[in-house]
Structure formats: C-alpha cells, structure tokens
Design a protein around this ligand. Structure first.
Ligand SMILES: [Zn+2]
Length: 437
C-alpha cells in the first residue's frame, strides 16, 4: 500500500472511503469545490449510464454492437461541442481469423476559443471493445446484492467505467467553462483488446499532435496510478509436418508436435527474470489422433520486456527458433509483433504524476504511490511517441477479463472529480508535464 502524509489524514480518508461518500474538503478554490460537488451529485446518473453501456455487448468482433455504442458516444461528443469523425475499422490477417474486420474508430476534436493564449493540447483515449463476445455467458450489468458499492459486468471496469470517467469529466469541464479554454481530442478505438493492431497508426498519429495524453484504463487495484509498464509482444507458431500411421509407418512421419515441443522448450528458456524478460508459451495444440504422427501443431506465445532493446533482442530470438527446423521435413510459420512498447517513466510523466498527486491531496482522495505494471495499454503507444501519458485514469475495480470483473462504484465520482480538477489545472496553469510545443 502507499504512503500517506499523516495518520490523521489516513483516518479521515479511511472513514470517507468506508462511507463511500464525498471526500473531505482540501485546498481547493471555489470553482474547484463546485466542480467537485457537481461531480459527486452525479453518482446515480453515472451508475445508470454505466448499466446502459455495459448492457450493449461490444466484444472486439461484435461489429454491430461496437457501431451502436460508437454512435451513442459520438452523439454525446457532438452534444459536448466536439467535431466528431467516425472511421470504419480495418481488415486484419490473424492466425485464427482471416480477413477479420475491426470496429469503428472515433476521433473527436474541440478547439478552445475562450482565451488568447492557446492552452495545452490534450489527448484523451478510450476503447469501446471488451473481451466478452456475444456468445459469452457474462453479459449484463449487475449490482452486488450484498454491497451497494460494487457492480459486476463485462467491461464494467475495462473500460466502460473508464469511459464514464472520461465523459463525466468532459461534461463537468464544459459546465465550468474550462472546455472552452482547452484544445481536446478524444480518440475511441474498438480493437484495444487485441492489442490495437488496426488502430495503432491512428493512435500514434494523434500522439504527435498533442502535448499530453490520458488513457482511461482502470487505476491499479490499490487506487494508485501506473507510472511505467512493461512492453508486450504476441506471437503465434504454426507447424506443419507429415502424417503417418504410428504403427506401420512411424519412420515416414514428420511430427509437428515434436517440432513444436523442441521450439517450446527453447522459447521458455528465453525468460530471464534478472534482465526483465518473460516468454510464456500460453497455449499449445496439435495432432488429431493417438495413433497418427501429427502433421499440425500450433502455439500462442506472450512476451514481456522492460526496454525496447530487449524487445528487439527477444523478437530476433523468437524468429531464429521459428525458422530452425529441429525435426527435418517440418515447416513453421511465424506470426506476431511487439504490439506494446515499454512505457518508460520520463521526467514529464513524473511531473504529471506530481500534479495529479497534488490534486488527490487537495480533494482528500487516498492515492498510494504510483506503480510499475506488467500489462500494456494504448498509453504505451503514445508514450513511445514521446507524449507524456498517464494511462490509468479510470475507476477502481478488478478481475478484468474474467467473469468476476467488478467496479467499485464510489470510484466513478472520485476519479471523475480527480480528473476534472487535474485537467482544469493543466488547462489553466502551465505544467512541465503538459507544455505546448
Ligand atoms: Zn482496457
């Protein structure tokens, strides 16, 4: 857990957290206080909207659901004064899906008008898709019958809850007049859960046009923000061998399973915890029957690394293992990519985190020290483009990607108030973390 200024603050914060209510008054000015108060009053509306959004299935491959959801959010952005552009998805060639089409992408812009000096350009990012497709048994939003602060549902925290924080922040900042002093771009993609394989170029291009970025993935379960993240890669091996009867012609066969097994052992040996590399062969599949030499085998491999150099080194090692045939006469196809660069904590990221922590103190919100995380986000992409990015602006919850996924409902207004006051200060006062370049 994190560090706190004093035990007095800790007690007060604990009481507030237990009550699930509004935090104690801190060092806020009058407009910030009314911004916070308006946000906390909207908790019932936030929960109601979250229910509506979670009840629309938006599995990554459910194009209809994604389009429906995108049009609802596009209309909301229009009402908030954004110029909304909706783009069709792209076609991807994936090992398990040929010609797979991703869902729509929304880019919405709002240029500030109410000040002479242009404020910083903010990029706010969210994703519409979830890992739960239409055939998943996990579908609807559900309040915990024993705990009124908890709700379950597909994407309830990853990241429809995050989208609530994003949209409610915009709404609050429009009411306070701050949106008019800012230049804001909102990017919503539909393929984040497969590693943003289609939307990556758009995310990277928008990163180039902004001064700082915010991604509304959930906060760490402790409530902390994420400071840095490991890089990720995903690879797929497909091995072809030669089938033969296991009894009468074993010698003529070329076992794809044996070939894959040789590769799996070598891949796993690439893991080096000291150097910050993990290679995990997550799934293997192969063969058809016990008494046939298998002519097919495949595996999915997950790679994590701490620096771009290590990523390239591991990618080269995976390629070498893929192209080496250990069983003569087998052939291997490799698919894959380093889809999430490591998100490195820069001075400007730390400046943003300091500013954010200050807002937490002023709002009386318990914020443990920021953490290093193993998973990547679109913030990894924008960070690698040099954009100072905080990518855990969403609510608190947990068990993402499982049927126990939950959100802690009081964190919806809590994170919205944090983000609204934080962005208002970035817009109004120059910060080294978000300076116009
Ligand atoms: Zn997510």
């Amino acid at each position: 857990m994190g560090r706190f200024g004093s035990s007095g603050v800790l007690c007060l914060v604990t009481l507030v957290v237990l009550a699930g209510g509004r935090p104690a008054r801190g060092d806020l000015d009058e407009p910030e206080r009314s911004l916070r108060d308006r946000v906390y009053e909207r908790r019932p509306a936030m929960v109601e909207t979250l229910k509506r959004w979670v009840d629309i299935n938006t599995g990554t491959w459910n194009t209809d659901g994604l389009e429906r959801f995108a049009s609802i959010l596009g209309a909301e952005l229009g009402e908030l004064g954004f110029e909304v552009q909706s783009e069709d998805g792209v076609t991807l060639e994936l090992p398990e899906r040929s010609s797979a089409r991703t869902g729509p992408l929304i880019v919405a812009r709002r240029a500030g008008s109410a000040r002479e000096e242009p404020g910083p350009r903010l990029l706010l990012i969210g994703h519409l898709d979830t890992v739960f497709e239409e055939d998943s048994p996990f579908q609807a939003f559900r309040l915990d019958p024993g705990d009124s602060h908890r709700a379950y549902g597909p994407g309830v925290v990853d990241m429809k809850g995050g989208l609530i924080v994003l949209f409610e922040t915009l709404r609050a900042l429009r009411e306070s007049g701050d949106l008019d002093a800012a230049s804001i771009t909102v990017l919503l993609n539909s393929d984040e859960e497969i590693g943003s394989l289609g939307s990556r170029p758009r995310v990277e291009a928008e990163a180039q046009r902004a001064d700082c970025g915010f991604v509304f993935e959930s906060a760490h379960s402790s409530g902390a923000l994420v400071r840095s993240r490991r890089g990720l890669g995903q690879f797929h091996l497909k091995v072809e061998g030669v089938a033969a009867h296991a009894g009468s012609a074993h010698r003529e066969g070329r076992s794809a399973v044996r070939e894959l097994a040789e590769k799996v052992v070598r891949l796993e040996k690439l893991s080096d915890y000291e150097r910050g590399v993990t290679v995990n062969v997550g799934t293997v599949r192969g063969g058809t029957k016990r008494n046939i030499v298998p002519d097919n085998a495949e595996a999915w491999i997950d790679v994590r690394y701490d620096t771009p150099e290590l990523g390239r080194e591991i990618e080269a090692a995976v390629e070498k293992i893929a192209e080496t045939a250990f069983v003569e006469g087998t052939r291997t196809q490799l698919w894959g990519t380093l889809h999430r660069p490591p998100k490195v904590a820069t001075e400007r990221v730390d400046a943003l985190l300091d500013r954010h922590a200050e807002v937490g103190r002023d709002l009386g919100v318990m914020l443990p020290s920021s953490v290093h995380a193993g998973g990547g986000t679109d913030g990894s992409l924008t960070g690698a483009q040099g954009l100072p990015t905080l990518d855990s602006m969403g609510p608190r919850g947990g068990e993402s990607h499982t049927e126990r996924e939950f959100v802690w409902l009081p964190s919806l207004p809590e994170r919205t108030a944090l983000t609204a006051v934080f962005l208002r200060r970035l817009i109004r006062r120059a910060s080294p973390g978000c300076a116009r370049e």
